[in-house]
Ligand binder design. Structure first.
Ligand code: SAM
Length: 246
C-alpha cells in the first residue's frame, strides 16, 4: 500500500518510522511518502495561509499550494488514490472505515492547520477522486497530523502480514464478526497470581468453548457498561452466530 501525507510539519510524522508501521515500511509492505507543502509555494516566505473571505478570526490554507502538491503527487503513481481529508466536520473514523481504507492500494492524506483548507480544493479533487473527509473524534486539535498518525496506524495493522498473528485483530473491540462489534473484555497473562489477585479459573480450564463463551459474556458486560450505544446498534443475529460457533 502507498501512503502520501502532505503537511507543513513533516517532522510531526516521524513516529511513522517506529514500531509496527516503521517495520512494515522497512519490509516494503508500506510505501510512505511525507511531503512538505511549502515546497509548492513560490514566495519568499513560503506562505500557505491567508485571511478568510467574509472576515472572522483565524487563517485559511490557500488553495494554490495544495493544488500544485496534489497534482504532482497524483501524477506520480498509477491509478487514483483515495484522498483522506482530516477535519472535525468529517464522517467519524471507525474500525469499519479503517477496514475499508485498508483494502485500497493508495491513500493520500491532507492534514491541515489554521481553520482548514480552502473549500475549493476539496471540491476540485472530489470531482475526480474518492474524497473522504474524516474526523477522529468530537474535539478540535490544532492540526491534522495527529489524526493522520491515528488513521495510518489503524489501517496499517489490518494489512496482511503486518501483525505477527493475523487473528489478533479479529477479536479486537469493534471487529466485525467474532465478537459481534462488542468491546473486547479483560485480558490476563502470567503470573497466575499477582499482588494477591488471581485470574478467572475458566481461563485455566482448557475448555475452548467455555472460554469463548466467558469472553463473549465479559465483552457484553463491558460494552453494556462503557458503550451501551453499541449494544443498541448490534445485530442480535451476530450474537447467535457467535454462540453457535462455540
Ligand atoms: N475550524 C475547524 C472546525 O471547527 O471544524 C477546525 C480547524 S482545526 C484547528 C485545524 C485542522 O486540524 C483541521 O483542518 C484538521 O486537519 C485537523 N483536525 C482538528 N481536529 C480534528 C479532528 N477531530 N479530526 C480530524 N482532524 C482534525
Amino acid at each position: 500500500m502507498r501512503l502520501d501525507v502532505v503537511t507543513i510539519f513533516p517532522e510531526y510524522l516521524e513516529p511513522l518510522n517506529v514500531s509496527l508501521v516503521g517495520k512494515a515500511r522497512a519490509r516494503g509492505q508500506l510505501d510512505v511518502r511525507i511531503h512538505d507543502l511549502r515546497e509548492w509555494t513560490h514566495d519568499r516566505h513560503h506562505t500557505v495561509d491567508d485571511t478568510p473571505y467574509g472576515g472572522g478570526p483565524g487563517m485559511v490554507m490557500k488553495p494554490e499550494p495544495w493544488g500544485a502538491a496534489l497534482d504532482e503527487i497524483l501524477a506520480s503513481g498509477d491509478g487514483t488514490p483515495v484522498l483522506v481529508v482530516p477535519t472535525p466536520s468529517g464522517e467519524p473514523f471507525t474500525q469499519q472505515l479503517a477496514v475499508e481504507l485498508s483494502a485500497k492500494p493508495w491513500l493520500v492524506f491532507t492534514p491541515a492547520r489554521y481553520e482548514g483548507i480552502d473549500r475549493r480544493v476539496i471540491e476540485e479533487y472530489g470531482d475526480r477522486l474518492d474524497v473522504r473527509e474524516v474526523s477522529i473524534g468530537d474535539y478540535v486539535l490544532a492540526g491534522g497530523e495527529a489524526p493522520v498518525l491515528v488513521m495510518v496506524e489503524a489501517v496499517a495493522r489490518l494489512l496482511p502480514g503486518v501483525l505477527g498473528n493475523a487473528a489478533s485483530h479479529q477479536d479486537d473491540s469493534f471487529a466485525p464478526g467474532a465478537m459481534a462489534d462488542l468491546l473486547e473484555g479483560p485480558v490476563y497473562t502470567k503470573p497466575p497470581e499477582w499482588r494477591g489477585r488471581g485470574i478467572p479459573e475458566i481461563l485455566l480450564s482448557g475448555h475452548h468453548g467455555k472460554i469463548a463463551r466467558w469472553r463473549r459474556d465479559e465483552a457484553f458486560r463491558r460494552t453494556d457498561r462503557n458503550r451501551p450505544d453499541l449494544i443498541e446498534r448490534a445485530d442480535p443475529a451476530a450474537f447467535d452466530k457467535h454462540d453457535r460457533a462455540i
